[in-house]
Design a protein around this ligand. Structure first.
Ligand code: BGC
Length: 558
């Protein structure tokens, strides 16, 4: 067993790595058909490993008609032929593990594609054993308190199916009928689905749409106790049969509901931190990070020691503004210059770099922040080079355009004719392949990619402290600086982030326990001195610093 492989066995591997989200379709096309594929991801593993990430999250690769980009599965046990074969998946997982990279997939258990043979059988015949696998109604009026998730597209959670002669329930698109999780066979099948891909070497799953699996009249049909019981069973199966594999919850809910998915360490190892995410952006809007510290203060203790919050800035969906107030939403839209077509559902279909008007300092500030917080940071493909979006594409396709590997007619994504690409390339001159691509940024030491890589490497070198050490916010009064300590056993890292577009300087007393001979872990944009156990700093506009202090040496050694 290679060292990389043996490292994969640590049950808490996920607490020290950075995750990278890979939409296979848009990443790299290995066979010239214009569509990204699994061998394409394999071909780019060295790039990812060089970037410094420790795990990749593959978006759904199962057979699907792609009405919801793969989140509408029509066969749970097949790789979509446009992505390759199961052997390709095996080779990818093997290649990743050999490089010390973990691979997680998406466990989509709430719904299937309308084209799935289960639904096809169910709709045709009331006596089919699959009929009770779905939720049917003669009136389409039940569960009226269940929120519609895609209000821009669906007028109701029920759609009448003439073939079935009844309405069926769908929490998302009408092309995604919900499974009836009260039927024992459904639960069994979903466990089988998970086992199948774990047997192919996956290291865990991000569990899609976790809160919505069970429906009860008179409730919001979200985060019901039955949901937790189901995922506890999945977790128990993983622990017993696939130790070291992990579950990550996608629950875009209030703080209290979101925290519950840790369930004292019995359910999810990671919970995506939806409540804090919009606050990263609102803090930029206010030139003041206080609100971030407020959310962290109320949520950090919710993650048991063996678990971790999963932080992200962007993903393949819209930037969701569901968890903020009307006033905060208004503040967001006042600050970020967005054309009306950028809005979708209750959020924004825009990537990170265009949101901050292409300002690399802001991109780095927020990235360094999610890398500095205790838990598991997630990066969205292409954000490391500041890729843009295409608002003329429908829905969330806007943020799923081909990865920009180089300057050229297909951005080095494919050898197909540019007109055959699965989605067109970004054209905005500020973010198009000519302006932002991997090949050019790889050779320029001042590029965003280079600086991202430096950040990731520094984090990797101190992964135990960044991943697991305690967090202690620093009260910096009314300054626009967010400051906190990450306190390890042997050393501590002081993290400072200036949210203002103006330079800022300040001072604060060092805690007694640190040895006052700091080492700056990053260069540029900041300076500091220590006099009389007081830390004095100066941070440029939107600059940040990570400073290492040894823990105070025992009196005798001193
Ligand atoms: C995924 C979306 C998808 C939805 C329905 C979400 O959580 O991230 O992309 O449309 O689930 O499966």
């Amino acid at each position: 067993m290679s060292p990389a492989e043996s490292d994969l066995r640590s049950p808490e591997w996920f607490r020290s790595v950075v995750f990278y989200e890979v939409p296979i379709r848009a990443f790299y096309d290995s066979n010239g058909d214009g569509i990204g594929d699994l061998p394409g991801v394999l071909a780019k593993l060295d790039y990812l490993s060089d970037l410094g990430v420790g795990a990749i999250w593959l978006l759904p690769f199962y057979r699907s008609p792609w009405n919801d980009d793969g989140y509408d599965i029509s066969n749970h046990y097949e790789v979509d032929p446009r992505f390759g074969t199961i052997d390709d998946l095996d080779r990818l997982v093997e290649g990743a593990h050999a490089r010390g990279l973990r691979v997680i997939g998406d466990l989509v258990t709430n719904h299937v594609s309308i084209e799935h043979p289960w639904f096809q059988a169910a709709r045709k015949d009331r006596a089919s054993p699959y009929r009770p696998w779905f939720l049917w109604s003669d009136t389409g009026t039940e569960f009226s308190r269940a929120r519609r998730i895609f209000p821009d597209f669906e007028k109701s959670n029920w759609t009448f199916d003439p073939e079935a002669g009844q309405y069926y329930f769908h929490r998302f698109f009408a092309t995604q009928p919900d499974l009836n999780h009260d039927h024992p066979a459904v639960e069994e099948e979903m466990l089988k689905f998970a086992r199948f891909w774990l047997d192919h070497g996956l290291d865990g799953f991000r569990c899609d749409a976790a809160p919505y699996l069970f429906k009860r009249e008179g409730t919001t049909c979200q985060s019901l106790p039955e949901v937790h019981t189901f995922f506890q069973k999945v977790r128990a199966m993983l622990d017993a049969e696939y130790p070291g594999s992990i579950l990550i919850s996608e629950a875009n809910q209030s703080v209290a509901e979101t925290v519950a998915y840790f369930d004292a360490g019995h359910e999810f190892q990671e919970v995506l931190h939806f409540p804090v995410m919009p606050n990263f952006y609102l803090a930029l809007a206010e030139n003041n990070p206080r609100r971030i510290l407020d959310v962290l203060r109320t949520t950090l203790s919710g993650a048991p020691a063996s678990c971790g919050w999963a932080y992200f800035l962007r993903n393949h969906d819209e930037l969701s503004l569901e968890q903020v107030s009307e006033d905060e939403r208004a503040l967001f839209f006042r600050y970020f210059p967005l054309p009306p077509e950028a809005r979708v559902h209750l959020g924004v279909r825009r990537r990170l770099a265009p949101l901050v008007a292409g300002d690399d300092s802001s991109v780095l500030l927020l990235t360094a922040l999610v890398l500095g917080l205790p838990g598991c940071p997630y990066l969205y493909y292409g954000d490391e080079i500041g890729m843009g979006d295409r608002l003329d594409l429908p829905d969330r396709d806007a943020v799923r355009t081909p990865m920009q590997w180089e300057n050229g007619p297909t951005a080095g994504f494919s050898s197909a004719d540019p007109s055959r690409l699965t989605r067109p390339l970004v054209t905005d001159p500020k973010f198009a392949p000519a302006a932002r691509n991997v090949a050019e940024q790889e050779t320029a030491t001042r590029s965003l990619l280079w600086r991202m890589r430096t950040l990731l490497r520094v984090r990797a070198a101190h992964s135990t402290v960044f991943g697991s050490a305690t967090f202690e916010g620093i009260d910096l009064g009314s300054t626009p600086v967010l400051g906190f300590w990450r306190r390890g056993q042997e050393y501590q890292i002081l993290c400072l982030y200036n949210f203002s577009v103006q330079p800022v300087s300040g001072a604060f007393p060092l805690p007694e326990r640190v040895w006052a001979s700091p080492v700056e872990l990053l260069r540029g944009g900041h300076s500091s001195t220590v006099t009389d156990h007081t830390f004095q700093y100066r941070l440029g506009p939107r600059a940040f610093s990570w400073t290492l202090f040894l823990c105070r040496q025992p009196r005798t050694a001193a």
